[in-house]
Design a protein around this ligand. Structure first.
Ligand code: GLU
Length: 444
């Protein structure tokens, strides 16, 4: 059996009931086949692949907190410190009922390669809890965040592990966590990113994932003879990534016509009203029915369905495995030319293969959504030098990073004989830097 197949089989055997982790590992290792096979004995002797698929450290802890009725609640929490070969662990904290160890491991694994692609010195990590901030009072969210950080603070620090936001963890949660870290550790340091602007946050961090997604998509289209201007765009999700993807798409002259949340979706043929969407989602924390109620031309549908709308560009910005083979078929039938992932692994493996086989340009999340974590690394730089850069400075660095990422993928795909396969390009380019650093640092 080839070394790649051996390691895939081992991962499945040693990590039972973690399908998302298996999926992420399979996708990466399949792409690396050409690289590994060129020097298989060396990689095998060093157990390089076994080391890269095994987290350096995994923390599992309980989070007890008291709800508004005086009842004690208990949640499971995780921090997976996956790989620190190229920098301190870096990656978000997901707060969602679906969170379990397998989900955090898939996200942490993806993060290693994503962070490598940014070109910045950040290793891979991820964390979170099955706590659901939805429907909780501010006091309950604070109680959870303080209890969570009381344990987590023992394992993180500005030079060791720097968490940030993800699904369910936004500005409010980061603020509560930062306050508790500072209180216990007595350190005013850049231990979290995505902080508020009044206490060490970076301008443009809020916008960064969505804006970065569009910068990369624009470059990918341009290099393939298309212009983003005038394109109809379908977006899923209505959180931080989707909102700022929609905003930047409009600034670049495209027309985003859809968005979605966990209960339904919007089709707004005139183009999404970003101010209204922000009001509904960021201020009121309400459902998309409220958007439709205030926007006569928009349709609201229960369930899922954004990928049935005819578009040129599809941007899945909600969550993992939200774009299936049937969705991919609908997109191709409707003439879609490009898919770029704003979320982490939103496209299933068979859907990705179908899109690529049908010549749809496909930018994987670990490249396309890297603008968020890249700007987090810029926040770390500003914290270290105790200075704040202007919005324009951060935004122009972000744009450069995204354009460079695209060319790295493109070059790596070409170099290994897979021109236009940006999935392979991303996995190979991300892997080579981490593998080089791991080999240089000996057996650790
Ligand atoms: N959660 C984001 C991601 O998936 C951002 C992580 C960060 O800024 O550290 O990349």
């Amino acid at each position: 059996m080839s070394y790649v197949d051996e390691v895939i089989a081992q991962v499945i055997e040693k990590n039972p009931a973690q399908p998302e982790f298996h999926q992420a590992v399979k996708e990466v290792l399949e792409s690396l086949r050409v690289v590994i096979e060129a020097d298989e004995e060396k990689y095998r002797k060093d157990a390089l692949l076994e080391r890269i698929v095994t987290p350096e450290r995994q923390l599992l802890f309980r989070v007890p907190w008291v709800d508004d009725k005086g009842q004690v609640q208990v949640n499971n929490a995780f921090r997976v410190q996956f790989n620190s070969a190229i920098g301190p662990y870096k990656g978000g904290l997901r707060l969602h009922p679906s969170v379990n160890l397998g989900i955090i491991k898939f996200l942490g694994f993806e993060q290693i390669f994503k962070n490598s692609l940014t070109g910045l010195p950040i290793g891979g990590g991820k964390g979170g809890s099955d706590f659901d901030p939805k429907g909780k009072s501010d006091r309950e969210v604070m109680a959870f965040c303080q209890s969570f950080m009381t344990e987590l603070c023992k394992y993180i620090g500005a030079d060791t592990d720097v968490p940030a936001g993800d699904i369910g963890t936004g500005a409010r949660e980061i603020g509560f966590m930062y306050g508790q870290y500072k209180r216990i550790r007595g350190l005013y340091e850049g231990v979290l990113t995505g902080k508020g602007l009044s206490y060490g946050g970076s301008l443009a961090r809020t916008e960064a994932t969505g804006y970065g997604l569009l910068y990369l998509t624009e470059e990918m289209l341009k290099c393939n003879g298309h212009d983003i201007k005038g394109k109809t765009v379908c977006v899923s999700g209505a959180g931080n990534v989707a909102i700022y993807a929609i905003q930047k798409a409009q600034q670049l002259g495209a027309k985003p016509v859809t968005c979605s949340d966990s209960t339904g979706w919007i089709y707004d043929p005139e183009g999404i009203d970003v101010a209204l969407l922000k009001e509904v989602k960021e201020v009121k924390r309400a459902r998309l029915t409220e958007y439709a109620a205030k926007r006569p031309g928009a349709e609201y549908h229960e369930g899922r369905g954004v990928w049935t709308i005819k578009c040129d560009v599809a941007l899945p910005c909600a969550t993992q495995n939200e774009l299936t083979l049937d969705d991919a078929k609908a997109l191709v039938a409707n003439g879609c030319i490009a898919v770029a992932e704003g979320a982490n692994m939103p496209t299933t493996l068979d859907a990705t293969e179908y899109l690529q086989a049908n010549k749809v340009l496909f930018a994987p999340g670990k490249a396309a959504n890297a603008g968020g974590v890249a700007t987090s690394a810029l926040e770390m730089s500003q914290n270290s030098e105790r200075l704040s850069w202007t919005f324009e400075e951060v935004d122009s660095k972000l744009k450069n990073i995204m354009v460079n990422i695209f060319h790295n993928l493109d070059d790596a795909a070409k170099k290994y004989g897979m021109e236009g396969n940006y999935v392979a390009g991303a996995n190979i380019a991300g892997f080579l830097k981490v593998a080089d650093a791991m080999q240089a640092q000996g057996i650790v």
